[in-house]
Design a binder for this molecule. Structure first.
Ligand code: PAF
Length: 291
């Protein structure tokens, strides 16, 4: 197990990619903000199988944090990250400085309009413009053939897919199912903030979603009938949203008549957590008979 090569300079990263591609290598890429957990390691392992060279980025992107969010206290552990990245077979870790990603005078922003409007877009104004812009920059710098993202950030994944299609970026986007703790808690770098008592309450997010999924599997189709018991099961300090949305457009749904996703965002203590489950993505939804 050898440590990945660390590259800090964007131009050097691009040169690395060009050289690898010149040798015929397919480049797989996992963008992260570091504090790697088993969810990231799963992304890296899957990426390893999809490319000849595996690139990881570690960059706590300031433009996707709001003024009152946790940028300053976001967990950082570069030595630990590099160790985990090495074990997952990472060839190169791109670890830029903010000043190199956003040199003085930068003013271009990528905005994916409709998909970024609801859900986290309401509660984190500017967040998705920050995400889309940095992902576009990382794609330009790393120039991967394939990039992998976790489905836990379902709205982010939808936005990245849309951006890649809209801007004709020649990159395959792969979504990877959420990795969970044995008790169901979705893995997140922010779980590190939770006290034991908060962690126990955080579990009500995944439990509420799983119970809704079970109700849907048992035949419930009415959105309100799926959402209200889920809402009642949450033990959180502030609920930002609990919504049932069309899995493709993220528009709210009144009835579960096509593939859907139930998404939640809530604060437990000072920690904001998100989670989601997909409903009806399989044959379990009985479609109305064709006329
Ligand atoms: O999901 C994340 O960790 C970040 O939003 C990403 C995609 C690395 C962009 O900063």
């Amino acid at each position: 197990m050898s440590e990945p090569e660390i590259i800090r300079d964007p131009a050097e990263m691009t040169a690395w990619s060009r050289a690898a591609r010149g040798r015929g290598a397919r480049i797989a890429f996992v963008p992260t903000m570091g504090a790697l957990h088993e969810g990231h390691v799963t992304l890296l392992r899957q990426a390893r199988r999809r490319g000849d060279k595996l690139a990881l980025s570690i960059f706590v992107n300031p433009t996707q944090f709001g003024p009152h969010e946790d940028l300053a206290r976001y967990p950082r552990d570069l030595p630990g990250d590099l160790h985990k990245a090495a074990a997952a077979g990472t060839d190169v870790a791109f670890v830029p400085e903010a000043a190199d990603m956003y040199p003085p005078g930068h003013q271009t922003v990528v905005e994916v309009r409709e998909l970024a409007r609801g859900l986290d877009g309401v509660f984190r104004p500017g967040h998705f413009a920050g995400v889309a812009t940095v992902v576009a920059k990382l794609f330009n710098i790393v120039a991967p053939d394939v990039a992998l993202f976790g489905e836990k950030d379902f709205q982010q994944l939808a936005i990245v897919r849309r951006m890649v299609a809209d801007l004709s970026m020649p990159i395959e986007i792969v979504g990877v199912p959420t990795v969970r703790e044995p008790d169901g808690l979705a893995m997140s770098s922010r779980n590190a903030y939770l006290s034991p008592a908060e962690r126990a309450r955080a579990l009500t997010l995944s439990r509420a979603l799983f119970a809704a999924r079970d109700r849907a599997a048992a035949g419930e189709r009415d959105a309100a009938a799926l959402l209200s018991p889920a809402r009642a099961a949450l033990d959180v300090d502030r609920l930002d949203y609990l919504e049932l949305c069309d899995a493709a457009t993220l528009a709210p749904m009144a009835s579960l008549d096509r593939p859907a996703v139930m998404l939640v965002a809530a604060f437990v203590g000072r920690t904001r957590l998100i989670d989601n489950v997909q409903l009806g993505a399989t044959d379990e939804i009985q479609r109305p008979p064709a006329p």
